[in-house]
Design a protein around this ligand. Structure first.
Ligand code: UDP
Length: 474
């Protein structure tokens, strides 16, 4: 019948909203633009309201199926161990293996391929049992190169990476400044480092390919290196595919709500938007400096701010952490948002002139795809590498003299950076470059573009594999 002739792919993200949402988007895109059939498998020990809502909105209209695996037995010490995503999530995925196997067994039609994220490599052997193709989805290419090359650095580099005097060399790629290394490489004695190295060495062996949410013209150097550099031929034996920029659809939102309604009344490209993603928080001191910096800059702003993590001893009311009178004095210039902000709609709004961002990959793509220049404020994960890329290679962002993760950035510097992005020529130039990148991203996604072609190729590979599975099962 019609259904069974479509390439059928199973998407298995690791637990957490940040991992689930991009897979829901990918499923939507595969079905809507590439004639796939898709099922997303939700692995989690408890379903949060936010998660239900994300699923609800990604499946309206309903283009693909969702299967929720039964809650996991979380008594296993590995799963319960406090720790980083790199130690916890792979353990959870390992636990989910048998229920995933049962779920696939129960499917009348067998999927041709399985797509997991970095933390789900341990479930790929289940795909093997059903003769499925196996792909790993990652965010961007340069940090991927570091991950894949880390097992070699592990042998070659002595002492902590942070203490190295020279940048870390990765064949064919931009070297990585020691202070920019990803979070799991910051302490070689931490168990998450071991897990990171293991994942780095397993992807290229256990999968049939890596799917990267980037596009050819955004990261040409790293992509070319991983595919063509003779040294890489020894390290990476599977293809690296690009399918991005895949971001959540924005659309115009109505009712407008407080934030968008306010933006509607501001002049063109006059507002700086400040946000640190779903998990980023500043210290109490940094919140104070940010507030003064914004006020001194006299620019309009939308600031998504949450109580500080460690030194937040004044409760949950954000005004307790802001300089006295700040809200009243900046009343006509800015908005302080303490809940979830409609980021896509904000960045798409013509009144927004800049984005002070923690450089999560989604935020970075959303900014570029709306032609908005950035002030980089990396905090953790691979954000420091992304920040460096945005500033030094793509030239769509500026940054503070010293990394915000290292010390508090002072009010004068914040004031200067905000003015530079919103008011001055540098900002206009960066806006121009961001708009060029936006165009090249759109080209990659449109019919015949590199990312479009990747997903068409994936469809073909799935179709071929479906034939192979049929032969295998008779
Ligand atoms: N986001 C949002 N409102 C907020 C904070 C975040 O809509 O108040 C969205 C943002 O648009 C992006 C995602 O959450 O799509 C954050 O992803 P990113 O990779 O930038 O950072 P992470 O949260 O993973 O650190």
């Amino acid at each position: 019948d019609e259904m069974s002739s479509k390439p059928f792919v199973l998407l298995v993200p690791s637990p957490g909203m940040g991992h689930l949402i991009p897979f829901l988007e990918l499923a939507n895109c595969l079905v809507a633009h590439h004639n796939f059939q898709a099922t997303v498998v939700v692995v989690s020990s408890n379903t949060s309201p936010a998660q239900s809502q994300a699923i609800q909105s990604a499946t309206t209209p309903k283009l693909f199926d969702i299967i929720e695996l039964p809650p996991l037995d979380t008594t296993s010490s590995q799963v319960n161990a406090a720790g980083s995503v790199f130690t916890q999530l792979p353990a959870i995925m390992l636990e989910a293996r048998s229920s995933l196997r049962s779920a696939i067994s129960a499917m009348k039609l067998k999927p041709a391929a399985m797509i997991v994220d970095l933390f789900g490599i341990s479930v790929l052997p289940v795909a093997d049992e059903f003769q499925m193709l196996k792909y790993v989805r990652v965010s961007c290419a340069w940090p991927l190169a570091l991950l894949l090359y880390a097992p070699i650095l592990d042998k070659e580099v002595e002492g902590e990476y942070l203490d190295q005097k020279e940048p870390l060399k990765i064949p064919g790629c931009k070297p990585v400044r020691p202070e920019d290394v990803v979070k799991p490489m910051m302490n070689r004695k931490d168990p998450e480092y071991e897990s990171f190295i293991r994942i780095g060495s397993e992807i290229g062996v256990m999968s049939d390919g890596i799917l990267v949410n980037t596009w050819e013209d955004l990261e040409p150097t790293s992509l070319k290196a991983m595919r063509e550099d003779p040294e890489w031929k020894q390290i990476l034996k599977v293809p690296v595919y690009t399918f991005g920029p895949m971001i959540r659809p924005g659309g115009s939102s109505s009712p407008r709500g407080e934030v968008l309604g306010w933006l509607d009344m501001q002049p063109n490209a006059s507002v700086i938007y400040i946000s640190f993603g779903s998990g980023g928080v500043l210290s109490a001191d940094q919140i104070t400096e940010m507030a003064w910096g914004l006020e001194f800059s006299s620019q309009r702003f939308i600031w998504v701010v949450h109580p500080p993590s460690k030194d937040g001893d004044k409760g949950n009311d954000i005004s307790a952490y802001l300089p006295q009178g700040f809200m009243a004095r900046t009343h006509d210039k800015g908005l302080v948002v303490t809940t979830w902000a409609p980021q896509m709609e904000i960045l798409a709004h013509s009144s927004v002139g800049g984005f002070l961002s923690h450089c999560g990959w989604n935020s970075s793509l959303e900014s570029i795809m709306n032609g908005v220049p950035m002030i980089t404020w990396p905090l953790y994960a691979e954000q420091k590498m992304v920040a460096t890329m945005l500033v030094e290679e793509l030239k769509v962002a500026i940054r503070s003299k010293v990394l915000p993760a290292k010390r508090v950035v002072g009010r004068e510097e914040i004031e200067m950076m905000v003015r530079m992005i919103v008011e001055e020529k540098e900002g206009d130039e960066m806006r121009g470059r961001a708009k060029e990148l936006k165009k090249s991203g759109e080209t990659a996604l449109s019919e015949g573009g590199s990312s479009f072609n990747t997903l068409s190729e994936l469809a073909k590979l799935c179709e071929i594999n479906t034939q192979r599975q049929k032969v295998g099962s008779t």
